[in-house]
Design a protein around this ligand. Structure first.
Ligand code: SF4
Ligand code: SF4
Length: 312
Protein backbone atom coordinates (compact mmCIF):
# COMPACT_ATOMS: atom_id res chain seq x y z
CA UNK A 1 0.00 0.00 0.00
CA UNK A 2 2.98 2.30 -0.06
CA UNK A 3 1.56 4.00 -3.09
CA UNK A 4 -1.50 5.09 -1.21
CA UNK A 5 0.71 7.81 0.18
CA UNK A 6 2.19 8.91 -3.10
CA UNK A 7 -0.27 8.93 -6.01
CA UNK A 8 -3.84 8.17 -6.75
CA UNK A 9 -5.45 8.94 -10.02
CA UNK A 10 -8.43 8.12 -12.14
CA UNK A 11 -9.37 8.69 -15.73
CA UNK A 12 -13.04 8.97 -16.26
CA UNK A 13 -15.20 9.96 -19.17
CA UNK A 14 -16.05 13.55 -18.47
CA UNK A 15 -19.79 13.99 -18.05
CA UNK A 16 -19.38 17.48 -19.32
CA UNK A 17 -17.44 17.67 -22.62
CA UNK A 18 -16.26 21.15 -21.67
CA UNK A 19 -13.99 19.40 -19.15
CA UNK A 20 -11.94 18.18 -22.09
CA UNK A 21 -9.34 20.75 -22.99
CA UNK A 22 -9.43 21.54 -26.73
CA UNK A 23 -5.69 20.99 -27.36
CA UNK A 24 -4.42 17.80 -28.98
CA UNK A 25 -1.35 16.60 -27.08
CA UNK A 26 1.51 14.24 -27.86
CA UNK A 27 3.76 12.14 -25.64
CA UNK A 28 6.16 15.07 -25.50
CA UNK A 29 3.55 17.59 -24.32
CA UNK A 30 3.89 18.85 -20.77
CA UNK A 31 1.43 17.95 -18.04
CA UNK A 32 1.24 20.10 -14.92
CA UNK A 33 -0.41 17.82 -12.40
CA UNK A 34 0.16 15.92 -9.18
CA UNK A 35 -2.16 13.78 -7.11
CA UNK A 36 -1.25 12.88 -3.53
CA UNK A 37 -2.99 12.36 -0.18
CA UNK A 38 -2.41 16.01 0.75
CA UNK A 39 -4.82 17.37 -1.89
CA UNK A 40 -8.13 18.59 -0.48
CA UNK A 41 -10.02 16.51 -3.06
CA UNK A 42 -8.25 13.23 -2.23
CA UNK A 43 -10.43 10.28 -3.39
CA UNK A 44 -13.14 12.67 -4.65
CA UNK A 45 -12.80 11.14 -8.12
CA UNK A 46 -13.36 7.53 -6.99
CA UNK A 47 -17.12 7.72 -7.25
CA UNK A 48 -19.92 8.32 -9.74
CA UNK A 49 -17.71 7.19 -12.54
CA UNK A 50 -17.63 4.45 -15.17
CA UNK A 51 -14.49 2.39 -14.77
CA UNK A 52 -14.43 -0.06 -17.68
CA UNK A 53 -12.11 -2.99 -17.15
CA UNK A 54 -9.80 -4.43 -19.77
CA UNK A 55 -8.92 -8.15 -19.73
CA UNK A 56 -5.54 -7.35 -18.18
CA UNK A 57 -7.17 -5.15 -15.51
CA UNK A 58 -9.42 -8.05 -14.52
CA UNK A 59 -6.56 -10.51 -14.43
CA UNK A 60 -4.30 -8.23 -12.42
CA UNK A 61 -6.92 -7.24 -9.83
CA UNK A 62 -8.39 -10.67 -9.27
CA UNK A 63 -4.92 -12.19 -8.86
CA UNK A 64 -4.14 -9.55 -6.22
CA UNK A 65 -7.41 -10.36 -4.44
CA UNK A 66 -6.82 -14.09 -4.87
CA UNK A 67 -10.18 -14.61 -6.55
CA UNK A 68 -11.29 -16.74 -9.45
CA UNK A 69 -12.57 -14.83 -12.48
CA UNK A 70 -16.11 -15.89 -11.59
CA UNK A 71 -15.88 -14.65 -8.01
CA UNK A 72 -14.32 -11.35 -9.04
CA UNK A 73 -16.89 -10.68 -11.75
CA UNK A 74 -19.80 -11.47 -9.44
CA UNK A 75 -18.58 -9.42 -6.51
CA UNK A 76 -17.06 -6.38 -8.14
CA UNK A 77 -18.40 -5.81 -11.65
CA UNK A 78 -21.48 -4.95 -13.68
CA UNK A 79 -21.94 -6.07 -17.31
CA UNK A 80 -22.00 -3.22 -19.78
CA UNK A 81 -21.50 -2.59 -23.49
CA UNK A 82 -18.13 -1.04 -24.20
CA UNK A 83 -18.58 2.54 -25.20
CA UNK A 84 -20.26 3.03 -28.60
CA UNK A 85 -20.04 -0.65 -29.52
CA UNK A 86 -22.12 -3.81 -29.25
CA UNK A 87 -19.20 -5.52 -27.51
CA UNK A 88 -20.08 -6.63 -24.01
CA UNK A 89 -17.65 -6.02 -21.16
CA UNK A 90 -17.68 -5.07 -17.49
CA UNK A 91 -17.19 -2.00 -15.35
CA UNK A 92 -16.55 -1.74 -11.62
CA UNK A 93 -19.76 -2.06 -9.63
CA UNK A 94 -20.07 1.02 -7.43
CA UNK A 95 -21.53 0.78 -3.92
CA UNK A 96 -24.88 2.22 -2.79
CA UNK A 97 -23.29 5.66 -2.38
CA UNK A 98 -21.84 5.50 -5.89
CA UNK A 99 -18.28 4.91 -4.59
CA UNK A 100 -15.71 2.50 -5.94
CA UNK A 101 -15.58 -0.60 -3.69
CA UNK A 102 -11.78 -0.29 -3.50
CA UNK A 103 -11.57 3.23 -2.11
CA UNK A 104 -10.97 4.08 1.56
CA UNK A 105 -10.13 7.35 3.28
CA UNK A 106 -6.48 6.39 2.92
CA UNK A 107 -6.76 5.95 -0.83
CA UNK A 108 -7.01 3.06 -3.27
CA UNK A 109 -6.64 -0.36 -1.64
CA UNK A 110 -5.60 -1.98 -4.92
CA UNK A 111 -3.34 0.86 -6.02
CA UNK A 112 -0.50 -1.24 -7.51
CA UNK A 113 -3.11 -3.20 -9.48
CA UNK A 114 -5.53 -0.36 -10.27
CA UNK A 115 -7.34 -0.33 -13.65
CA UNK A 116 -5.84 1.31 -16.71
CA UNK A 117 -8.60 3.94 -16.64
CA UNK A 118 -7.47 5.04 -13.18
CA UNK A 119 -3.85 5.23 -14.30
CA UNK A 120 -4.58 7.57 -17.20
CA UNK A 121 -6.59 10.23 -15.38
CA UNK A 122 -6.50 13.21 -16.00
CA UNK A 123 -5.07 12.30 -19.40
CA UNK A 124 -7.13 10.71 -22.17
CA UNK A 125 -5.82 8.95 -25.25
CA UNK A 126 -7.46 8.42 -28.60
CA UNK A 127 -6.52 7.53 -32.16
CA UNK A 128 -6.88 9.29 -35.45
CA UNK A 129 -9.40 7.37 -37.54
CA UNK A 130 -8.05 4.07 -38.78
CA UNK A 131 -4.80 4.13 -36.85
CA UNK A 132 -5.90 1.57 -34.28
CA UNK A 133 -6.81 -0.86 -37.03
CA UNK A 134 -3.27 -0.87 -38.25
CA UNK A 135 -1.95 -1.01 -34.72
CA UNK A 136 0.09 2.11 -35.33
CA UNK A 137 1.08 3.86 -32.12
CA UNK A 138 2.25 6.84 -34.17
CA UNK A 139 -1.30 8.05 -34.80
CA UNK A 140 -2.34 8.28 -31.18
CA UNK A 141 -3.08 11.61 -29.55
CA UNK A 142 -3.78 12.78 -26.03
CA UNK A 143 -6.04 15.29 -24.35
CA UNK A 144 -6.40 16.68 -20.87
CA UNK A 145 -9.51 16.33 -18.70
CA UNK A 146 -9.76 19.27 -16.32
CA UNK A 147 -12.57 19.01 -13.81
CA UNK A 148 -13.18 21.79 -11.33
CA UNK A 149 -13.12 19.50 -8.29
CA UNK A 150 -9.71 18.07 -9.18
CA UNK A 151 -7.05 20.12 -7.41
CA UNK A 152 -4.15 18.13 -8.88
CA UNK A 153 -3.95 20.76 -11.65
CA UNK A 154 -3.00 23.43 -9.08
CA UNK A 155 0.14 21.53 -8.11
CA UNK A 156 3.51 22.64 -9.47
CA UNK A 157 4.82 19.25 -10.64
CA UNK A 158 5.52 19.17 -14.36
CA UNK A 159 6.26 16.14 -16.51
CA UNK A 160 5.76 15.09 -20.10
CA UNK A 161 2.95 12.72 -20.97
CA UNK A 162 5.62 10.17 -21.83
CA UNK A 163 6.94 10.46 -18.25
CA UNK A 164 3.39 10.34 -16.89
CA UNK A 165 2.79 7.10 -18.76
CA UNK A 166 5.92 5.56 -17.24
CA UNK A 167 5.19 6.89 -13.78
CA UNK A 168 1.67 5.46 -13.77
CA UNK A 169 2.55 2.09 -15.34
CA UNK A 170 0.45 2.89 -18.41
CA UNK A 171 3.06 1.58 -20.85
CA UNK A 172 2.82 -1.91 -19.38
CA UNK A 173 -1.01 -1.83 -19.24
CA UNK A 174 -1.30 -0.62 -22.82
CA UNK A 175 1.18 -3.18 -24.07
CA UNK A 176 -0.85 -5.96 -22.45
CA UNK A 177 -4.18 -4.61 -23.69
CA UNK A 178 -2.99 -3.48 -27.13
CA UNK A 179 -4.46 -6.22 -29.31
CA UNK A 180 -7.74 -6.18 -27.39
CA UNK A 181 -8.01 -2.40 -27.71
CA UNK A 182 -7.41 -2.76 -31.44
CA UNK A 183 -10.39 -5.12 -31.64
CA UNK A 184 -12.61 -2.63 -29.82
CA UNK A 185 -11.39 0.29 -31.94
CA UNK A 186 -11.89 -1.71 -35.11
CA UNK A 187 -15.42 -2.56 -34.06
CA UNK A 188 -16.05 1.08 -33.20
CA UNK A 189 -14.86 2.22 -36.61
CA UNK A 190 -17.36 -0.16 -38.28
CA UNK A 191 -20.24 1.58 -36.54
CA UNK A 192 -23.37 -0.39 -35.80
CA UNK A 193 -24.51 -1.05 -39.37
CA UNK A 194 -23.66 -4.72 -38.90
CA UNK A 195 -24.30 -6.07 -35.43
CA UNK A 196 -22.37 -8.86 -33.76
CA UNK A 197 -24.33 -12.08 -33.53
CA UNK A 198 -25.33 -13.25 -30.06
CA UNK A 199 -22.85 -16.17 -30.07
CA UNK A 200 -20.07 -13.76 -31.13
CA UNK A 201 -20.99 -11.38 -28.30
CA UNK A 202 -20.96 -14.24 -25.80
CA UNK A 203 -17.58 -15.41 -27.03
CA UNK A 204 -16.15 -11.88 -26.83
CA UNK A 205 -17.48 -11.51 -23.28
CA UNK A 206 -16.14 -14.85 -22.09
CA UNK A 207 -12.69 -14.38 -23.63
CA UNK A 208 -12.42 -10.79 -22.37
CA UNK A 209 -13.57 -11.32 -18.81
CA UNK A 210 -13.23 -14.94 -17.73
CA UNK A 211 -9.96 -16.66 -18.61
CA UNK A 212 -10.88 -19.66 -16.43
CA UNK A 213 -13.88 -20.42 -18.65
CA UNK A 214 -11.96 -19.58 -21.79
CA UNK A 215 -9.24 -22.08 -20.83
CA UNK A 216 -11.86 -24.82 -20.36
CA UNK A 217 -13.28 -23.92 -23.76
CA UNK A 218 -9.87 -23.99 -25.48
CA UNK A 219 -8.98 -27.39 -24.02
CA UNK A 220 -12.31 -28.94 -24.99
CA UNK A 221 -12.16 -31.70 -27.64
CA UNK A 222 -14.31 -29.73 -30.09
CA UNK A 223 -11.95 -26.72 -30.00
CA UNK A 224 -8.80 -28.83 -30.27
CA UNK A 225 -10.30 -30.82 -33.13
CA UNK A 226 -11.19 -27.63 -34.98
CA UNK A 227 -8.18 -25.34 -34.54
CA UNK A 228 -4.58 -25.88 -35.48
CA UNK A 229 -2.67 -24.99 -32.28
CA UNK A 230 0.93 -26.13 -31.91
CA UNK A 231 2.18 -28.00 -28.83
CA UNK A 232 4.34 -25.13 -27.64
CA UNK A 233 1.39 -22.72 -27.56
CA UNK A 234 -0.82 -25.30 -25.85
CA UNK A 235 1.80 -25.86 -23.15
CA UNK A 236 2.10 -22.12 -22.60
CA UNK A 237 -1.58 -21.34 -22.35
CA UNK A 238 -2.32 -24.35 -20.15
CA UNK A 239 -0.68 -22.70 -17.12
CA UNK A 240 0.15 -19.11 -18.02
CA UNK A 241 -2.77 -16.68 -17.74
CA UNK A 242 -1.05 -13.84 -19.59
CA UNK A 243 -0.17 -16.17 -22.49
CA UNK A 244 -3.78 -17.40 -22.53
CA UNK A 245 -5.06 -13.80 -22.51
CA UNK A 246 -2.88 -12.90 -25.49
CA UNK A 247 -3.99 -16.04 -27.28
CA UNK A 248 -7.63 -15.04 -26.63
CA UNK A 249 -7.03 -11.72 -28.43
CA UNK A 250 -5.73 -13.60 -31.48
CA UNK A 251 -8.64 -16.00 -31.36
CA UNK A 252 -11.14 -13.12 -31.18
CA UNK A 253 -9.42 -11.35 -34.09
CA UNK A 254 -9.79 -14.57 -36.11
CA UNK A 255 -13.41 -15.26 -35.26
CA UNK A 256 -14.70 -11.67 -35.31
CA UNK A 257 -12.66 -10.16 -38.12
CA UNK A 258 -11.36 -13.11 -40.12
CA UNK A 259 -7.72 -12.35 -39.32
CA UNK A 260 -5.71 -15.54 -39.85
CA UNK A 261 -4.15 -15.54 -36.39
CA UNK A 262 -5.64 -18.84 -35.21
CA UNK A 263 -6.05 -21.29 -38.07
CA UNK A 264 -8.75 -23.87 -38.58
CA UNK A 265 -7.39 -27.36 -39.29
CA UNK A 266 -7.15 -28.24 -42.98
CA UNK A 267 -9.26 -31.37 -42.59
CA UNK A 268 -12.00 -29.38 -40.78
CA UNK A 269 -11.93 -26.76 -43.50
CA UNK A 270 -12.19 -29.49 -46.13
CA UNK A 271 -15.02 -31.18 -44.24
CA UNK A 272 -16.85 -27.83 -43.99
CA UNK A 273 -16.29 -27.10 -47.68
CA UNK A 274 -17.54 -30.58 -48.58
CA UNK A 275 -20.58 -30.08 -46.35
CA UNK A 276 -21.36 -26.74 -48.03
CA UNK A 277 -20.86 -28.28 -51.49
CA UNK A 278 -23.15 -31.15 -50.53
CA UNK A 279 -25.80 -28.68 -49.33
CA UNK A 280 -25.44 -26.67 -52.52
CA UNK A 281 -25.72 -29.82 -54.65
CA UNK A 282 -28.82 -30.84 -52.69
CA UNK A 283 -30.49 -27.46 -53.12
CA UNK A 284 -29.63 -27.45 -56.83
CA UNK A 285 -31.16 -30.91 -57.09
CA UNK A 286 -34.30 -29.73 -55.26
CA UNK A 287 -34.56 -26.70 -57.53
CA UNK A 288 -34.16 -28.89 -60.62
CA UNK A 289 -36.80 -31.31 -59.34
CA UNK A 290 -39.23 -28.47 -58.59
CA UNK A 291 -38.62 -27.05 -62.06
CA UNK A 292 -39.27 -30.44 -63.69
CA UNK A 293 -42.50 -30.89 -61.68
CA UNK A 294 -43.75 -27.45 -62.65
CA UNK A 295 -42.80 -28.07 -66.28
CA UNK A 296 -44.65 -31.40 -66.25
CA UNK A 297 -47.70 -29.74 -64.72
CA UNK A 298 -47.62 -26.97 -67.34
CA UNK A 299 -47.28 -29.56 -70.17
CA UNK A 300 -50.18 -31.53 -68.74
CA UNK A 301 -52.39 -28.42 -68.61
CA UNK A 302 -51.38 -27.36 -72.11
CA UNK A 303 -52.22 -30.80 -73.48
CA UNK A 304 -55.64 -30.72 -71.75
CA UNK A 305 -56.38 -27.32 -73.28
CA UNK A 306 -55.37 -28.43 -76.77
CA UNK A 307 -57.50 -31.61 -76.50
CA UNK A 308 -60.51 -29.52 -75.48
CA UNK A 309 -59.88 -27.16 -78.37
CA UNK A 310 -59.73 -30.07 -80.88
CA UNK A 311 -63.08 -31.51 -79.62
CA UNK A 312 -64.80 -28.22 -80.31
S1 SF4 B 1 -9.77 1.36 -8.45
FE1 SF4 B 1 -8.69 2.65 -6.99
S2 SF4 B 1 -8.10 4.48 -8.15
FE2 SF4 B 1 -9.66 3.42 -9.32
S3 SF4 B 1 -11.59 4.37 -8.73
FE3 SF4 B 1 -11.30 2.58 -7.41
S4 SF4 B 1 -10.26 3.36 -5.59
FE4 SF4 B 1 -10.08 4.93 -7.17
S1 SF4 C 1 -9.73 14.66 -7.95
FE1 SF4 C 1 -7.72 14.85 -8.94
S2 SF4 C 1 -6.26 15.51 -7.38
FE2 SF4 C 1 -8.16 14.85 -6.35
S3 SF4 C 1 -7.74 12.74 -5.82
FE3 SF4 C 1 -8.74 12.67 -7.79
S4 SF4 C 1 -7.08 12.74 -9.32
FE4 SF4 C 1 -6.22 13.32 -7.32
Amino acid sequence: MADQTTHKSLFKEANNPSNIMPAKLTRDSNLKFRCHPGVSCFTACCGNVNIFLTPYDILRIRRALNLTADEFLLRFTTPVFLEKTDMPGVKIHLDAEGRCPFVTDEGCTIYPHRPTTCRYYPVGMSFFHGAAEEGSGAEEFYFLVKESHCKGHDEAQMMTIREWRQDQGIDESDEMNKEWMELVMRRKSFGLQATLSEPAQKMFFMASTDLDKFRTYVFSPSFLNTYDINEETLNQIREDDVALMKFSFKYLASTLFGVEAVKIKEERLKAKTDELRQKQAESEQTAEQTYQELKAERDRMQSQISQKTKKK
